[in-house]
Ligand binder design. Structure first.
Ligand SMILES: C[S@@+](CC[C@H](N)C(=O)[O-])C[C@H]1O[C@@H](n2cnc3c(N)ncnc32)[C@H](O)[C@@H]1O
Length: 261
């Protein structure tokens, strides 16, 4: 499932289709950075994709180092194109094989990636290796039991698809606590992603997320037509921002694995 992002079309559509208004991205980065055990943290983003969070963390949280790891060459090419920045390095790798030494990072971000991992526990073990003691993992996702995005109003079949793909909260917590992490904080955080339905429609028309590959062409077109009609009916002068909510879990490394380093 993770390899879906090797698709050059999807990688090309991802950046524009998932950008956030600057204020929303900044709010997210402030929240994520607030969990860091130190100022100017060394950050690793697992499944960095096109690098939106890597660049923003370097820019606004003054991270001392940001390493974005992703197995997809196509996504990393987009990161180099759109989110190159001083202090940010993009490297090929995966959640269970990060090509760096141990005990290097203060904060690891996993944004919208946990559902792609074939072996979450191997990822937790790898993070226990590369984080410093006291370092934190910030998981940004939607747990299976809380699938509440607007996208499901237009493509209801995606709710079933996502309830298969997304892990339940307790499954994720168990995998990390088994590897030396303890739950430090859980939150739910929502920010506008587009200014209104017109912009949302324009984005969804590009199928900017892997979930759309699970729909037939007819299912996709039917949802898109309904969204287009609603967008056309929205008053141009009073668009209603589309808000997306995510679950956030923060786990602290309390017991580094033997032999890390
Ligand atoms: C939905 S994108 C998220 C990108 C970025 N984190 C964001 O929030 O915008 C998911 C990313 O996870 C990557 N991915 C898939 N399988 C992975 C794995 N096993 N380890 C690390 N990253 C993986 C994909 O290549 C893709 O770039």
């Amino acid at each position: 499932m993770g390899r879906v992002y090797d698709d050059v079309r999807l990688a090309g559509a991802y950046q524009a289709g998932n950008e956030m208004p600057e204020a929303s991205l900044r709010a997210w980065v402030e929240l994520i950075g607030s969990f860091s055990p130190r100022s100017a943290p060394a950050v690793v983003e697992i499944g960095a994709g096109t690098g939106m969070f890597c660049a923003a963390l370097a820019r606004w949280r003054r991270a001392s180092l940001v390493v974005g790891v992703d197995p997809s060459v196509a996504m990393l090419a987009q990161a180099g194109r759109f989110n190159e920045q001083t202090g940010v390095h993009y490297v090929g790798g995966s959640a269970d094989a990060v090509p760096t030494g141990g005990q290097l990072f203060d904060l690891a971000l996993l944004s919208r990636v946990i559902h792609h991992l074939p072996d979450r526990r191997a990822c937790a073990r790898e993070l226990a290796r590369i984080l410093r003691p006291g370092g934190v993992v910030v998981i940004r996702t939607t747990f299976r039991e809380r699938l509440d995005a607007l996208v499901y109003d237009y493509w209801p079949a995606l709710r079933d698809v996502d309830s298969e793909r997304f892990p339940a909260r307790q499954e994720v917590l168990s995998d990390f606590t088994a590897c030396g992490f303890s739950v430090r904080e859980e939150a739910s955080f929502a920010q506008p992603v587009t200014s209104g339905l017109r912009e949302y429609h324009a984005r969804m028309a590009t199928m900017p997320q892997s979930k759309f590959t699970h729909l037939t062409a007819a299912e996709f077109q039917s949802g898109l037509r309904r969204l287009e009609a609603d967008a056309a009916a929205e008053p141009v002068t009073r668009p209603r921002p589309v808000v997306e909510r995510y679950d956030v879990v923060v786990l602290a490394l309390v017991q580094p694995l033997d032999g890390s380093g």
